[in-house]
Structures are given as structure tokens and as C-alpha cells.
Design a protein around this ligand. Structure first.
Ligand code: SF4
Length: 215
């Protein structure tokens, strides 16, 4: 609070306040307390959170808790990992909380003996291949027909694992069958088609705002 007083006395008004700590509980307590006392924008972070896996978990717990409380204006994920991973984790936290829609929200099962294809392998490949997609969409990829339809009906694109063919849902409705041995290629194609359609729709909207192409 003393530092804020100093900044205020200098009549600076373009600043944010950060009280990062490396401990999850201290981070939560500090920001919650501060948010009750000041109205300034708060920059969130678990500083020096650690290596990729544990640092991600710490950051998700602390920042997720604060964001759910409505606390926080900007944030930084601090991992002992390449900086681009920090950005991805940050977006994933925002995406999980429905704060920022950005790219694909995958719904996938953990896999078990009932799975009709190698769910983990397919998901790992899809995540890498579709990393560039920024259009928000829910894609459900489930290993069996027991739980697949329920998730598929809620997704923009849903795949219910079966052999030799898996069933695709689009916008909640049954669409068509795809060869289960080429799931990754087929799902990528469907996602990119959806991206192209969304882009075309947005382009049309832009033209409409300009009024130039309304004939
Ligand atoms: S959804 Fe089906 S395949 Fe996936 S973990 Fe559950 S039971 Fe197993």
C-alpha cells in the first residue's frame, strides 16, 4: 500500500498492481486481501511457479481461484519452460473458465480397455496439428459408444469411437461415419472446414458493416 501511495503522489494513473508469490495460498490470500482495499487493476501470477507440470498446476489453482472470484485484470504464467508454453497455459486457463474463447476446447476421455482406438495418441496428434486454430469450438473425441454420444451431442464436432467406423456428430446431430484408422486426418479436415466457414461468415459480416457488398 505504501508503494501505491508513492505512485499516486507522482500522479501516475496508468499502472497495475501485482503481489505475486511462489506459494499458492499466499498468492490467493494476498490478491483477495488487496482487492478488498484498492480498485486498481491487478496483474496476477504465481511467480517462479516451477517446471512445466507442477508450475501449470499451481498457476491454474491460484489464478483460476482468483479469476472465479472476479479478481484480476491481466496475468503472467511463470514457468521454467519456453515462453510460448506460458502463453498457451494462460489461454487455456481463460478458456477453461469461459473468459476468453480461443481455439479448440477438446473434450476427450482418459481411455480404458473399452476404447475402440488409441485415444491418447489421437489427441496428442490433434493437439499439435490444430495448435494454430483460433476459432473457438468444442471438439469431443471419445473412445467408445457408451459415453461418446452424450459428449458428441454437446459439441460442435463430436466423434464416437467404434470399429471399423466411428460416428461423427455435427452441431449435436448425427452426421456420418469415418474410418477409425484415419481419425486424425478426418477430424483435422472437419475442423479446418469449420474454420473456413466461420472465416467466410465473419468476412460477410465485415462487408455488411461497411455496407459495400449489400446487393
Ligand atoms: S469414454 Fe469409454 S473408452 Fe473412454 S474412458 Fe470412458 S469407458 Fe473408456
Amino acid at each position: 500500500m505504501r508503494d501505491i501511495d508513492v505512485v499516486e503522489r507522482l500522479t501516475l494513473d496508468q499502472y497495475k498492481v501485482s503481489v505475486k508469490a511462489s506459494n499458492v495460498f499466499l498468492t490467493l490470500d494476498a490478491y483477495r486481501l488487496l482487492s478488498q482495499q484498492i480498485d486498481n487493476p491487478l496483474h496476477l501470477g504465481v511467480t517462479e511457479a516451477g517446471v512445466y507440470r507442477t508450475g501449470t498446476v499451481k498457476s491454474a489453482i491460484a489464478l483460476g481461484g482468483l479469476l472465479l472470484d472476479g479478481i484480476g485484470d491481466t496475468m503472467r504464467i511463470s514457468l521454467a519452460s519456453p515462453p510460448e508454453e506460458e502463453i498457451k497455459i494462460g489461454f487455456d486457463i481463460l478458456k477453461s473458465l469461459n473468459i476468453r474463447a480461443n481455439g479448440i476446447n477438446f473434450i476427450a476421455c482418459p481411455s480404458c480397455s473399452r476404447q475402440e482406438f488409441d485415444v491418447i495418441k489421437v489427441m496428442n496428434e490433434l493437439e499439435v496439428r490444430l495448435e494454430d486454430v483460433r476459432v473457438p469450438m468444442d471438439v469431443s473425441v471419445i473412445g467408445c459408444k457408451v459415453n461418446g454420444p452424450g459428449e458428441a451431442k454437446e459439441a460442435d464436432i463430436g466423434v464416437v469411437g467404434a470399429s471399423p467406423n466411428s460416428l461423427v456428430y455435427k452441431n449435436g446431430d448425427k452426421s456420418h461415419l469415418i474410418d477409425t484408422t484415419t481419425l486424425v486426418d478426418s477430424i483435422e479436415t472437419m475442423v479446418r472446414e469449420r474454420v473456413a466457414n466461420e472465416q467466410a461468415r465473419r468476412d460477410k459480416e465485415i462487408v455488411r458493416v461497411d455496407g459495400t457488398a449489400l446487393v
